[in-house]
Every structure is written in C-alpha cells, then in structure tokens.
Design a protein around this ligand. Structure first.
Ligand code: MGD
Ligand code: MGD
Ligand code: MO
Length: 727
C-alpha cells in the first residue's frame, strides 16, 4: 500500500513492459527510466539490441536514459505538444499515416489534421528549440520502424497542458496505426509500485472505485456493492450537492486552509490526514507550510514521521506508525494492469500496525464498522473480492484473490515474451490477469484494443464511450462506431456496435452486478463496452485537439502573445485556479531560468524512506541543482558552491551547485527528494528524537512555481522560472 494517497500519473499501459521486447522503435518522452524504472530497462535495451530498434529520448536534460539513446532530442520544457503535433503533421503531409487503420478505427482525423497543420517543422523549431531538420528526421524514423511503442512519464504530464501532451501522443500512435498491436501502444510508466492499483481504486477526489465517477448512478452502484443504504450515504454529506462535487486534490488542498485562492466549499479545512504521503512532494510548499501551521489537527500515518512532522510549528500533530509493505499482504496492480499478491515477509515490527488495522480501528471509532465491513470477514482477501465484485468497468471481476495468488506462486511458468503461461496450473492465462479480466475463466487482456484475438482470449476493440455519432465544429457528421469488417474473431456482429445494456432490464454492463451482461457479451464473441473508433477530437476538453499553449511562467514573452494559456478556472476541484491572470510575460526579466525537477535512482519521492536509510543517504547525501557550465562560469559559481534558487512566489532554497552539461544554459534541474530544511534553516531538531533522517536538504518544491493542468490539476513542476545567485 506504499504511498496510496498519491495518484499523480495519468493512464495505464495499453501493452506491457515485457511487450516492449517486440517494438521496432521506442519513443520516450519525459521519462528517465534508467533512474526511475531501472528494471524496465531490460526490455527497452533488449528491443534496442535484438530488434535494432531506434531509442528516441525527448528530454530537456541529457539524462542517464539519454545516454542509452540512439537519438537524443533536447526540448524546451513545456513544449511537447507542439513537437508531437509537428511529428503528426510531418507524417500525414508525407502520406506515411496508416490510412486503412484510420479509415476503419479512428474518428475526427480530418479535423485533427487541420489543427496539426499549424505545426510545420519551422514553427516547431521556434516553439521547442528542436531544429526543423530533426523534426523531419524523427518523423521519418517513426514512420519507417513499425510497430513502435510510445512511452511517457512525468516529463509529459506535470504541465498546465499535461493532458494535451498525453492526448497528442495517443494521436501519434493512432496515426501510425500502432494501437492494438504487439510492440506498439502507449505505455505510461507509472510511479509507486501500486499506483496503478491506487488509481484503479480511485484514491482520488472525483471518482468512486474503478472510474465510476460521483454521479448518483455511481453512488447507487457502489452502495449496492457495499450493501449500504444509499439514503444513509446521502445523509453523511453536508448537502446533496457535495455528494456529486469533486473534492480538493492533493496538489491544492492547502488552499482549503489558507484561501489565498478563493475556495468553493461551505467551510475551510481544519484537519488533514497524510496516509503514505510525504507533503514535501507538493509544489508551493512554503504555502502548504502556512496551512500546516493553521490546522487544528495533522495526522501522519506512515512508517516515518516525514518532513510534515518536522514542518509543523504548532503542537497539532499525531503520528500513527504504520508498517511497511513487507509486514502485510494483499493485491497490488502494476503499470501493466497486472495484479499480483504480495505476501507478508515478517510481522509488523516495533509499535507499528499495518494499514488495514489502522483503517479498521478508525472506521470502528467513527461508528461505521457495521456498515462497511459487512462483506469483509477475512482481511485482505475479502477486500479484494469486494473490489472485484464492483469494478466491472475495468474488468477486475475475474481477478479473484485465489487466481491472483495462483499466478504469483507460479510465476516461473509464464513466458517472458508473451506473459502467457505455458503449461502448469495457469496454462493459457496471462501473468497477473491484466485487466480487463472479464470472467472467472478469462485469461486477462495483455494488449488493449487488439482485434486479432477473440474477446474471450484477451482481445478487445476500442471502447464505445461517447455515443454513436458526433457533429464536428465544421458541420461534418461522423459515425463513431468501428467500420464494417472491424471485429474480434468469433464476434456475432461483423463491425462496430454500441455498449451492452438492458440484458438485465435497467442495467448495463457496468452496473449489472449479476454479471449476466458481461457474460452474454463474451458468449457472443463481443466486448461488453462496445466496438467504436478512437477519438482524435475530444469535444469535452477545453482544446478539442491538443494545441500548444505557453507555460504560465514562460521564458518567451513573444510566444505568450501567440499561444496564450487558458482563461482562469473559477471552480477547479473546489479552488479558483489561475491561468491567464497568472501568465505574466514580464516575469522572465527577474526570473530568467527555466526550472525543472525530477528523480534520481538512489532516492524515492519525498525521500522519507531513502534518506532514513544510511546506505542510500551515503550514496546521495546532498540536495543539489544542476547548472550548465557556461552559466555557472558567467555567474561565478563553481562546482560544489552553495547557491540560492528563488521562485516568483517568494520561495527560496539554498542548495549545492552541480555544474554539468546535462542541462542547457537556460535550464536548472532540481531533484525533489530532499526535506528537513526550510529556506536556509534546518528543521532537524523538530523530528522526534532518533527519527532524524541521515540526509536532509531543501525541498525543491519550495521553488516550484504556481501552475496546474487544466483537466487533472497535476502540478506543473516541470515548467517554472527561477533566479540563481551565489550564496
Ligand atoms: N528511484 C526512483 N524511482 C522512481 C521514483 C523515485 O522517486 N525514485 N518515483 C516513481 C514515481 S512516483 C514516478 S511518477 C516515476 C516518474 O518517472 P519519470 O517521469 O521518468 O521521472 P522524472 O525524473 O520525474 O521525470 C522524467 C524526465 O522528465 C524530464 N522533463 C522535465 N520537463 C520536461 C518537459 O517539458 N518535456 C520533456 N519531454 N521532458 C521533461 C526531466 O528532465 C526528467 O529527466 O518514477 C517512479 N520511480
Ligand atoms: N517537484 C516535483 N514534485 C513532485 C514530483 C516531481 O517530479 N517534481 N513528482 C510527483 C509524483 S509523480 C509523486 S507520485 C509524488 C510522490 O510524493 P509522495 O507520495 O508524497 O512521496 P513518497 O516519498 O513516495 O511518499 C510515500 C510515503 O509513504 C510512506 N509509506 C511507504 N510504505 C507505506 C505503507 O505501507 N503504509 C503507509 N501508510 N505509508 C507508507 C513512505 O514512508 C513515504 O513517507 O511527488 C510528486 N511531487
Ligand atoms: Mo508518481
């Protein structure tokens, strides 16, 4: 359950880590897998060596991953949409797109092309800093090496237009016809070991488990699963409105306390529980600290006190020591949608209790135990069982605890290339029953949207989610279902079809708890969720087709005028969120350098765990800033000197200079794993005695800038501005 409170990532892998072994080309954007996903590197390097696959790495820094690339592309932070739409334009202009695939399985292609045509190689060069000739060369590599995989991580998502970046990358794969095939797909390497599981269970403020949302129908569905009266549930809310209103997000909850941006809630927040969350992982940390000092109550449920405890100036903190993942058991879901059983290694040590125990006690003392533990006799098996029962949208229903355990205990029987068991007790099934796993005998779905296999054997078309027809802004009408002739082997309907409903009257495949609807669809060789086209145009997004918009704090005032950000959003997850009113083109005069942040292999997240480990702390004891050689020389800064980094929001940190050509002259990089210092002062004395980490340092997030994604509200920690001076 490590870090379950965090679900910053975006999406799930369509294929799997192992399937990258079949790729003919690997396009990685905003990922430093050599440090953040070192185990996955075996598959990437396999494809590179064995298939001779080009490895294209797009990053503002020359990272450890870039060192393994065949083609490294240095990009200006926050401009990936322009680059990717430029690649799409170049591919289409040259006629390299997969015409058959697009004609049969894609919607909104002409409208998308119209928008993409703006991004000529020369326009892309101006926005991104990538030479026009490179844009053309990379497009040709992608077109001549199929199927290729696209991999993205936090370098793509932590931006005000992060959601546009991810959509542009999906469009790229659709245009290349790289979806639904082995070696292709969009493969998002996710964060914590179970962050996919946490996302699937929607440890989020705008959805119930399995992406059901928070509308009345969703509440009623889960109330049925939990066997809790819907009216009672409703009575727990301040008013009905709040039952259907998105909550605060992790990125901005503290505004619910300090209210520097207006909040849309009947009361300010008075208490906070950090359950497996480091807090120094949140941007605008000096603002968050103000909130810690105002709160009546702070509860930290963590194996370590974390920086949060040290940052609270008031005596308002309770520490509940939880045990680690090795001291408990349960199901966990990987980036590749594969579920495993994690068995207990030792009983909880010292005074710690596992998270289940803590949850159970809290629920008891709040007085809800009779309501929520009705189906839970054996922990954690019955918890997984209950989640399976309700999580029909993503087909967790077939992944019962017995099956998951059987897979984990027999993992040597599965093939490393295909993930399929060859003989043994799981014969023919895919490792970890990658969701959707539609029935108790379904083998799991190793590759999403693959129409070469029957649905009962792990195949799937694209989901029919947005109706059957759409009229675009230019008046063109399009049928959104897949074309004739597109279907999985054995399908009763030989073309597109809508989702299954009313098999059990008044229900659909997502709400029919008897699962008759799902079984009926599978029996007829069809997908419960229908067979549609993938959309290039999302009419429910502020930009229907991804377009470039300058970061809120941009180093290019000329481009701010040309590509301004969005209007402010009055109620984004209960907070007024500034876009246009925060985009101040003059800022670059005082804060001339672009600030990006990220990871190193030795430390994890906020660093509470790894900086409390003396071996890791010894490997990387100091907080530092990467600064270019030429810039350092011009500022009179030597390698190892202490420097001040300052943000436009009056955050400042004192860190060590690491003089390097990894970053260019305009860019500063900070790792975000440090804590225990605050704007030049040590907080070491504030830790409970004996729990001080072996390494402390300034949190990068004191200087990361204001700025959040227009859809997800993920913090824009990879596109701010800063000033640098010698300390
Ligand atoms: N050792 C270790 N491993 C980890 C973690 C850890 O803390 N430590 N954390 C885990 C978690 S929670 C996650 S989410 C993953 C994250 O894994 P990654 O996203 O791979 O890690 P980051 O270093 O945050 O970011 C990746 C790269 O994005 C680049 N970047 C910054 N801005 C831009 C931009 O505008 N465009 C592009 N193209 N690139 C940009 C950065 O220079 C950086 O090299 O790692 C997981 N693995
Ligand atoms: N500037 C900047 N900021 C970032 C990012 C960035 O790239 N740049 N990345 C963002 C991303 S992608 C993420 S995911 C977040 C990560 O931010 P956090 O999730 O806040 O960071 P972690 O250190 O991973 O926090 C996990 C906490 O869970 C505790 N823990 C471990 N195991 C267990 C357990 O079994 N039970 C309980 N109760 N606790 C446990 C650990 O001790 C740790 O304190 O940071 C975000 N912040
Ligand atoms: Mo993450």
């Amino acid at each position: 359950m490590a870090g379950v409170a965090n679900t910053w990532g975006y999406g799930a892998m369509t294929n799997s880590m192992n399937d990258i072994r079949h790729s003919k080309c690997i396009f990685m954007l905003g990922s430093n897998a050599a440090e953040a996903h070192p185990v996955a590197m075996q598959h990437i390097l396999y494809a590179k060596e064995v298939n001779n696959a080009p490895l294209i790495v797009v990053d503002p820094r020359f990272t450890k991953l870039a060192a393994k690339a065949t083609d490294y592309v240095r990009i200006r932070p926050g401009t990936d949409t322009a680059f990717v739409m430029g690649l799409v334009n170049e591919i289409v202009t040259n006629g390299w797109h997969d015409k058959d695939f697009i004609q049969k399985r894609v919607a909104g292609f002409p409208e998308m092309c119209e928008k993409a045509s703006h991004y000529t190689p020369e326009v892309v060069e101006d926005i991104t800093g990538i030479p026009a000739s490179e844009v053309k060369r990379i497009a040709r590599i992608l077109a001549t090496h199929r199927p290729g995989t696209v991999i993205w991580c936090m370098g793509a998502t932590q931006h005000s237009i992060g959601s546009s970046n991810t959509r542009a990358l999906c469009i790229l794969q659709l245009v290349l016809g790289n979806m639904g095939v082995s070696g292709g797909g969009t493969n998002i390497f996710r964060g914590h070991d179970n962050v996919q599981g946490a996302t699937d269970m929607c440890v989020l403020s705008h959805s119930l488990p399995a992406y059901y949302g928070i509308k009345d129908g969703s509440w009623k569905h889960w109330c049925r699963v939990w066997d809790v009266d819907y009216e009672w549930m409703k009575s727990r809310f301040h008013s009905k409105e709040y039952m259907n209103k998105k909550g605060f997000t992790l990125a901005r909850w503290y505004q619910g306390v300090i209210q520097e941006d207006k909040i849309n809630q009947y009361t300010p927040i008075k208490a906070v529980v950090f359950w497996g969350c480091a807090s120094n992982s949140q941007s605008q940390y000096h603002k968050l600290k103000k909130a810690l000092d105002l709160l009546d109550l702070v509860v930290i449920i963590d194996p370590f006190p974390t920086m949060t405890a040290a940052a609270c100036a008031k005596d308002n903190v309770y520490l509940l020591p939880s045990s680690s993942q090795y001291e408990t058991e349960g199901s966990v879901t990987s980036s590749s949608r594969q579920i495993q059983w994690r068995f207990k290694v030792v009983d909880p040590v010292h005074d710690s209790k596992d998270d289940y125990w803590i949850m159970n006690e809290m629920v008891k003392r709040f007085g809800f135990h009779d309501k929520f533990y009705k189906n839970i006799k054996k922990i954690p098996d019955d918890i997984t069982r209950e989640l399976c029962k309700g999580s029909l949208t993503i087909g967790y229903n077939g992944a019962l605890p017995e099956r998951i355990k059987k897979h984990t205990l027999n993992w040597e029987t599965f093939d490393v290339d295909t993930l399929k068991a060859r003989g043994g007790p799981c014969d023919g099934e895919y490792y970890g029953l990658p969701w959707p796993c539609w029935t108790e005998t379904h083998p799991g779905t190793p590759i999403l949207y693959d129409i070469s296999k029957p649905v009962a054997k792990g195949g799937l078309p694209f989901r029919a989610r947005f109706g059957t027809e759409h009229t675009y802004w230019n008046g063109r009408k399009e049928n959104l279902l897949a074309a004739e002739g597109v279907y999985n082997p054995g399908s009763e309907v030989k073309g597109g079809y809508p989702e299954f409903k009313n098999i059990v009257p008044g229900t659909n495949w997502k709400t029919d708890l008897s699962q008759k609807t799902i079984k009926e669809a599978i029996k007829r060789g069809m997908a419960p969720f229908g067979n549609a086209r993938a959309r290039c145009v999302c009419w429910n997004f502020p930009d229907q087709v991804p377009v470039h918009r300058e970061p809120l704090h941009s180093p290019r005032p000329d481009l701010v005028a040309k590509y301004p950000t969005y209007p402010d959003k009055k109620d984004q997850y209960r907070v007024y969120t500034r876009f246009k009113s925060e985009q101040r083109p003059e800022l670059v005069k005082k804060f001339p350098y672009v600030l990006i942040t990220g990871r190193m292999v030795e430390h994890m997240g906020g660093g509470a765990e790894t900086r409390s480990n003396k071996y890791l702390a010894e490997l990387k004891p100091h907080m530092y800033a990467e600064i270019n050689v030429r810039l350092a020389n011009n500022l009179g800064i030597r390698n190892g000197d202490m420097i001040w980094i300052e943000s436009p929001e009056q955050g400042r940190i004192k860190v060590m200079a690491k003089v390097t050509d990894r970053v260019d002259e305009k860019t500063i990089f900070l790792p975000f794993h440090f804590g225990g210092m605050f704007m030049g002062k040590s907080l070491e004395a504030n830790y409970p005695k004996g729990t001080e980490p072996y390494a402390i340092g300034e949190p990068a997030n004191i200087v990361t800038n204001y700025g959040y994604d227009i859809i997800t509200q993920i913090q824009g920690t990879k596109e701010g501005l800063c000033q640098v001076s010698k300390a």
